[in-house]
Write a protein that binds this ligand. Structure first.
Ligand code: TRP
Length: 336
């Protein structure tokens, strides 16, 4: 039986952190066993926000590929490819842009939040809102439909983009005849991962992330600064682990000593410094296999390049079949 296709994407804007890993990527490692898996390094989408910083996007593409390979994305099971090298995605984006109103894009809750954040940063003038930025949900619909992905493994924040994609597909199929597949979100059960500062979200721009590529000294420094129960002053004060980020990460990385950590903390038998030191050791241990694989790929950039080239070639074949069908439906297939 043919495996179902799933497609997901990630913006190359830096290294992966624990939030990406536990929030999404860990799930992809499982899914690649069961599904025909496509993972897009969404450089075109990253440029919608970073068009004036092309170096950042360029340098992140391979760094991200290495991160993904290091955590266990297997190029024999998953197709890893670069968005800008699939021109069919750009073509589809143009065709789909007729099917979306500007008002609808502005109402997209994800876009709406991002516009609000931009206005806070750049002022009310709205000059920071480019056509490309406002239209990135259209381009994301092109990403998804180019590969006839039925399931799209994403976090909850991406649901409005999926809904927008379904609307585009629906409209396309209504006008031009049934051509595209309506995708569904495949939500991972892992929720958002909290930051070192206790923020509900770990994020690069929030400065509260542990990156998979952090070295030991950086991990130590970050964990020593993590937020703990503010009521605990003295070493033998009892504390509440549920509001402590150190306890949270002990749990997250699966410390098998977790029951002791919890009971000692509650009983005032565990000082925060000792607890942090234990987490540092466990975190380094947890990240070790990933960092060893990273060292291997960093030493062999030609292997990473080949994986990306092969993946992109394969992806392009699929996308070019889709564009053929789309052009036929739209009656712009002139000479065949
Ligand atoms: N918008 C997604 C994010 O910011 C990345 C992405 C690009 C994506 N293309 C995609 C996700 C296609 C799912 C499907 O995380």
């Amino acid at each position: 039986m043919q495996k179902q296709t799933i497609l997901t994407g990630i913006r190359p804007t830096g290294h992966l952190h624990l939030g990406h890993y536990f929030g999404a990527c860990q799930n992809w490692i499982k899914l690649q066993e069961k599904f025909d898996t496509y993972i897009e390094i969404a450089d075109v989408q990253a440029l919608t926000d970073n068009f004036n910083n092309p170096e950042k996007v360029r340098n992140s593409v391979k760094a991200l590929a290495i991160d993904l390979l290091s955590i266990g994305i297997d190029p024999n099971k998953a197709t890893l490819f670069i968005q800008s090298m699939i021109p069919e995605i750009a073509e589809l984006t143009v065709f789909y842009s007729n099917l979306v109103t500007i008002a609808r894009l502005e109402r997209n809750p994800t876009v709406k939040t991002e516009i609000k954040q931009k206005k806070e940063l750049f002022g009310e003038s709205g000059e920071s809102i480019t056509y490309g930025f406002l239209g990135y949900p259209v381009s994301q619909a092109a990403d998804i439909t180019a590969f006839k992905g039925k399931l799209v493994p994403v976090g909850e924040d991406q649901l409005p983009l999926l809904e927008q994609c379904r609307e585009i597909v629906h409209k396309f199929n209504n006008i031009y005849g049934k051509t595209l597949i309506e995708p569904e979100a495949y939500l991972s059960n892992s929720s958002r991962i909290k930051g070192l500062d206790g923020n509900e979200k770990m994020g690069k721009s929030l400065g509260n992330a542990i990156f998979l590529a952090d070295d030991e000294a950086t991990i130590k420094k970050k964990i020593m600064g993590a937020v703990t129960d503010p009521e605990k002053i003295k070493i033998d004060d009892p504390a509440n682990p549920d509001i402590c980020m150190v306890y949270y990460y002990h749990k997250l990385i699966g410390n098998d000593n977790i029951k002791t950590v919890c009971s000692e903390c509650k009983a005032g038998k565990r000082g925060c410094v000792a607890c942090k030191k234990e987490l540092i050791t466990k975190m380094i241990e947890f990240l070790k296999p990933i960092s060893e694989k990273r060292k291997y790929y960093e030493k062999h950039p030609e292997i990473v390049d080949q994986i990306l080239k092969d993946g992109t070639n394969k992806a392009r074949q699929v996308a070019s079949q889709t564009i053929k069908e789309v052009k036929q439906s739209m009656k712009i297939n002139y000479f065949n």
